[in-house]
Design a protein around this ligand. Structure first.
Ligand SMILES: [Zn+2]
Ligand SMILES: [Zn+2]
Length: 241
C-alpha cells in the first residue's frame, strides 16, 4: 500500500489490537508479549533443536534446506491473529505489523547470527511459496508473497516471484497426516527454466518465505526443486512454527 493509501486506510480503519481491541496498533505490545517469541530454533531436516536454525551437520544430505528461522510459536493467540488477518482489509496492515515484529526479533537475538550473516553477506534472492493460480484468484492474495515483499524490503534483497510456481493444485496441508502431506505436495512445484537461465552465471542463494512451518513438507519440497535446478544454498523463513 502507498503512504497515501495507508493514510486513508488508517482514517477508515483506525488500528485496534486484533486480540484485546486496544487502540493504536493491530497487535498491541502486551498481546505481542503474551503471544511470545520462539525460544529456540529447529533443524529444518530432523526437527530437533538447532541453536541457530542451521541444519545439523549429520542431517546435511540430499536437497535439504541449509537453515530455517521462525519468530512465533504456533499457539492459540498466534492462530487467532492469523485467522483475523486473513480477512481484508487487515491482510496488508496487520500482517505487516506482525512481520515487522518478527524481523525485529531476527535482528536483535543472538540465535539468528548465522541467518543475519547469510542475509548480509550472501545477499539471497527472496522467493515466496507460491499458490496455485486458481487458488490465488479465488483468495485474491498470497500471504507468503506479502511476507516476502516486506522481508525483501527490510533487508534490501532482490525479490523473485515468478521463478518458482505450482504446476498443480494440492489439498490443504492442515487436513492431512504427515505422510499424506509429503505425497500431497510432491511434484507440486516447478521452475521457470528460462528465468533461471537469465540469472547470473552463478546461481544465487535463496531465502524461501512462507507464513507457517508445521511439518515443513511444503518448504522442503520447494527447496528440493530449487536445489535440483542447481541452487546451492537455501534458507527458509516463516513467521511461525
Ligand atoms: Zn492487545
Ligand atoms: Zn537435524
Amino acid at each position: 500500500m502507498t503512504n497515501f493509501g495507508r493514510f486513508f486506510f488508517d482514517l477508515l480503519f483506525p488500528p485496534a489490537c486484533l486480540i484485546c481491541q486496544k487502540q493504536g496498533s493491530f497487535i498491541c505490545a502486551s498481546c505481542q508479549e503474551k503471544m511470545s517469541y520462539l525460544a529456540r530454533q529447529i533443524c529444518p531436516h530432523c526437527g530437533k533443536p538447532s541453536l541457530t536454525g542451521q541444519i545439523h551437520h549429520d542431517c546435511q544430505k540430499g536437497c535439504f534446506l541449509d537453515g530455517l528461522v521462525s519468530a512465533f510459536p504456533y499457539r492459540p493467540l498466534f492462530k487467532e491473529v492469523i485467522r483475523q488477518i486473513k480477512f481484508e482489509p487487515f491482510i496488508f496492515s496487520a500482517l505487516e505489523e506482525l512481520i515487522i515484529n518478527a524481523l525485529g526479533y531476527f535482528d536483535r537475538e543472538k540465535q539468528f547470527l548465522l541467518f543475519r550473516r547469510f542475509v548480509k553477506q550472501e545477499h539471497p534472492v527472496v522467493i515466496p511459496i507460491p499458490l496455485y493460480k486458481s487458488k490465488l484468484r479465488q483468495r485474491g492474495f498470497n500471504q507468503a508473497q506479502i511476507i516476502a515483499q516486506t522481508v525483501a524490503g527490510h533487508y534490501s534483497l532482490p525479490l523473485e516471484e515468478k521463478l518458482l510456481f505450482r504446476v498443480r493444485p494440492t489439498r490443504p496441508q492442515f487436513q492431512l497426516e504427515a505422510k499424506e502431506r509429503r505425497q500431497n505436495i510432491k511434484g507440486a512445484f516447478s521452475i521457470d527454466q528460462e528465468r533461471l537461465g537469465n540469472c547470473r552465471q552463478v546461481l544465487p542463494p535463496i531465502l524461501l518465505v512462507d507464513d507457517i512451518w508445521t511439518s515443513g513438507a511444503t518448504i522442503r519440497e520447494a527447496c528440493r526443486v530449487l536445489k535440483r535446478a542447481g541452487i546451492v544454498k537455501v534458507w527458509g523463513l516463516t513467521l511461525s512454527q
